[in-house]
Each structure stands twice: as C-alpha cells, then as structure tokens.
Design a protein around this ligand. Structure first.
Ligand code: PHE
Length: 471
C-alpha cells in the first residue's frame, strides 16, 4: 500500500481544520439560528456548548484520527470492533447529506458574487422595488426569493460541486492547503470592517442589545428548543460529529499538541461567527427588520445586500464579501467530500479521482431537490443538525470514554507531555456528564424533527405537502 499522505507543512493541518470549521455555518447558518433562538439567549447557550462540549469533543476526534491513521469507518472498527462499521456508515451518510445542501447554499454566494459584476447592489435592489412594494417586503428579500431556487440555483450548485470535486481529486497537499491560506485572514478583515461600519448605523444599539444582552427567563422557558438548536449549531460549525476531524487528524504527525490546535481552531471559528453577528444584527435593526428570526435561510443575503446597497463602496465590498464566503464554503465542502473519498480509497481501494468523482456525483444529485424548493433544505439541515451530528458525537463519546479509553489519554499526551490529572478529568467528563448532556440533546432533537415532519404549518413537511396539494 502506498505511504499515507501527511500534511505538507506544520501549519497545513491547522489551516485545513480551520478551513473546514469556518464556512457557511459561521456566516450563513449562525445568524439565522441565533435569530430563531431569540438572539442573546441563543448566543449564550451556544457559547457554553462550544466551551463545555465542543472542546472535549474535538479532542476526542483528534485522538481517534491520529491514533488509528484511518478514515472514520476504519478508525471506528479498529477501536470498537466490527459492529462499529454501521456507525461509521452513518458518518459517511451524514457527510453526503450535509454537502448536498451545503453546495446549493454556497452556490447562492457565488451567484451574489457574480451578480456584483453585472451591476451595483443598489441598482439591483431598485429593480425589485415594485414587486417589493406590492408584497410589502424588503426588496432584498424579494431578490433572495428569486435567486435561491430554480435554474439559477441549479446552475451554481453544479458549479460549486464541480469545483469541490476537482480540488479533492487533486489530493490533500496541492488542493486543500493552498486554498485555505488566503481565506481566513481575508474573511476576518472583511467582517471587522463591516462590523465597524454597522456600529455607525442609527439603530445599531437595538441590534446589540438583541444580540448581546441575554434574558435568563427566556433561556429557562425555552431550553427544550434552545439546547438542541445550540448543540446542533456548535457541532455543525466545528465540523464535529461525522468524522472530518478524525480524517484530518489521521494525516497528522505525533508531535502536534492536539489541545493547543483544538483551542486555536475553536477560537477562530467562534470568533468569526461572533463577528458575523456583530455585523448582521445592527444592520437588521437599522433596516427595520425587528424579527431577525423570520429571515430564515435568506437572513444573511437580505441583510448584506441591504448593507451593500447603502454603504459607500458597497459594490466592491459586496463582491469581496460574497466571494470570500464562497471560498470559505469551498474549504469546508472539500473537507466533507474528503471524508467520503478517504473512506472509499482506504476501504475499497478505489483511485482518488474516481472516488471523488463518484461520491461527489451522488451528492450533487441529492442536492438538486433543494434548488427546487427550500423545504428540502430544512429537511436535510434539520436531520443533520438535530439528529445526525449529535448522534455521531454521542457515539464517539461512548467509544472513547467507555470502550477504548486507554489509548485516548496516551494519544493526547503525545506532543504535549504528561497531563497528570487533566487527562483523567477529560476522560471522566466524556464518560458521564457530557454523554448525559448529549443523550438529552439527542432526544430533544429527535422530538423536534418529528414535529417538523408531521407539523401542519407550511414551513413544516406535512403542512408543505398539503400546501402544495400533494396530500
Ligand atoms: N463547519 C462547516 C461550516 O461551519 C460545515 C461542516 C460541518 C463541515 C460538518 C464539515 C463537517 O460551515
């Protein structure tokens, strides 16, 4: 068997892992789930979850990957035995599900980027004014409605998947490391600039208080919804619960300090999401949108085009913003396809380019319905973040905490040194309290998804089917 590839540079791993973590989860998903969760109350639960569960969980994936040097399925079988191949299969399916709609959403960003070359965002919005006035909605919302489904969306979904497949087919070193190097600094710079501008808006104060001052009564009343939503977002944004971090750590040397790397990755990822909120919410309130939860999947597009239509230089800023997010999405998409591809290469002995093309092709097809109606986005996204990722993380906690705990602390200590009581504390945290939190979260997630499937509102599956006349 050929020697397994490793990262070309010491920073290659960090860059790629940050590249995987930072993506649509931070910039597209974070603002709208925060809005749906009521703003600051959601933010607080989310941050707690990142710190208390996210950090130990990322370490779990790291030690599993580096120790086994395998793809997630192979790694689980090696540590847990043959029955774990079914859990591994769920990881691979989760990758399929995420990437299928991820690509459609990423396609929207490319679309908005390309649109900026046609005309300024201000004049584009002006073009939707009449329909908007009639519908009583902001022009930016009408524009999003027009571009997010149909032939446009289909075309850009195709383009994005083609790019992703191309990079993964080229292999780890040449493709992934290069792509990520420019993106993270660019996105931070842009977001900081936009946040400073958002600060000067007339209603920014209302945005900040919505986003930053939590009402504990709201948390106490709504924890049944807040907990699974915050957990799902935390795992999604950190690329946890389906084997990306296992796969990336499997290409890693033993000299890396995993806990330092984990903290760095989480720091960047959380920082970027937080910054996005500092941009979006002041803009929302200044644009007169008082219910940031109503924006749904379009929230970031609506708020940002509003912004780029008004700020001086907004045209150029907009092109830069949408372009950068598309690149950030690409580096995450690569990681998703890499998991699936690595599995086929390792376990089935298929050539890399064939694996990438075959798996990518299936994922592409799965995404097509999303370009038809956004209910399919809710269906896939809800399944992923409400159930699959939390399930995956729960299984990993069981595996490392209960079934194969011995290797874990030793593996973590490589590249760090003797951890003393900290290593034991980590394993015990994984074993009992974290596992309990995850199980409760999972149950709530399943109940929530059941409600989505059977609910009679038009934005729930049953209701949508009725609404469309299928039932
Ligand atoms: N973390 C990525 C993001 O925030 C999405 C992702 C989830 C990537 C799971 C890989 C695995 O956009």
């Amino acid at each position: 068997m050929a020697e397994r590839e490793t990262w070309a540079t010491r920073t290659g791993f960090i860059l790629a892992a940050v590249g995987s973590a930072v993506g649509l989860g931070n910039i597209w998903r974070f603002p709208f789930v925060t809005g749906e969760g009521g703003g600051a109350a959601f933010l607080l639960v989310y941050l707690l979850f990142i710190l208390v569960v996210g950090f130990p969980a990322i370490l779990v994936e790291f030690v599993v990957g580096r120790h086994t040097e395998r793809n997630p399925v192979g790694a689980l079988i090696e540590l847990g035995g043959g029955a774990w191949k079914f859990i591994g299969a769920i990881f691979i399916m989760t990758g399929f599900a995420i990437l299928s709609y991820y690509s459609v959403v990423a396609g929207w960003f490319i679309r908005y980027f390309v649109e900026g070359f046609r005309d300024s965002y201000a004049s584009q919005l002006a073009g939707y004014e009449d329909i908007a006035a009639e519908a009583g909605e902001p022009s930016a919302a009408i524009m999003f409605g027009e571009l997010s489904t149909g032939l446009d969306a289909f075309f850009f979904h195709t383009l994005f998947m083609a790019l992703t497949i191309g990079i993964v087919a080229l292999g780890i070193r040449r493709g992934i490391e290069l792509a990520v190097k420019v993106m993270v600094p660019a996105i931070i710079l842009l977001l900081v600039g936009m946040a400073v501008w958002a600060f000067t808006l007339p209603e920014s104060g209302a945005g900040y208080s919505y986003y930053l001052s939590p009402d504990f009564a709201v948390i106490a009343d709504n924890w049944v919804e807040l907990l699974p939503a915050a957990a799902g977002q935390a795992f999604f944004t950190l690329s946890l619960g389906m084997g990306v971090m296992i796969t990336y750590a499997s290409y890693l040397g033993e000299d890396r300090n995993l806990s330092k790397d984990g903290a760095t990755i989480i720091g960047f990822d959380t920082g970027i999401a937080f910054l996005t909120g500092l941009v979006v919410f002041p803009i929302f309130f200044s644009a007169g949108i008082q219910e940031p939860g109503d924006g749904g999947a379009g929230a970031i597009f609506v708020s940002m085009t509003e912004a780029f239509a008004t700020v001086p230089g907004g045209h150029i800023l907009g092109v830069l913003f949408f372009g950068t997010v598309a690149i950030a999405a690409l580096s995450s998409a690569i990681s998703l396809l890499e998991v699936v591809t690595a599995y086929v290469i390792d376990e089935k002995g298929v050539e890399r380019w064939k694996a990438a093309l075959g798996m990518g092709g299936v994922i592409y097809l799965l995404g097509v319905p999303v370009t038809y109606d956004l209910i399919f986005l809710d269906m896939l996204d809800g399944l992923v973040e409400g159930i699959l990722l939390v399930f995956g993380a729960t299984m990993l906690m069981i595996l490392v905490g209960w079934i194969a705990p011995k290797f874990a602390v030793q593996e973590l200590e490589k590249g760090i040194g003797d951890l003393g009581g900290l290593g034991t504390a980590w394993i015990w945290a994984v074993r009992v309290p974290l596992l309990l939190v995850l199980v409760v979260t999972l149950v709530l997630g399943v109940l929530g998804y059941y409600e989505f499937l059977t609910g009679t509102d038009p934005d729930q599956l049953y209701g949508w089917l009725q609404d469309q006349g299928y039932l």
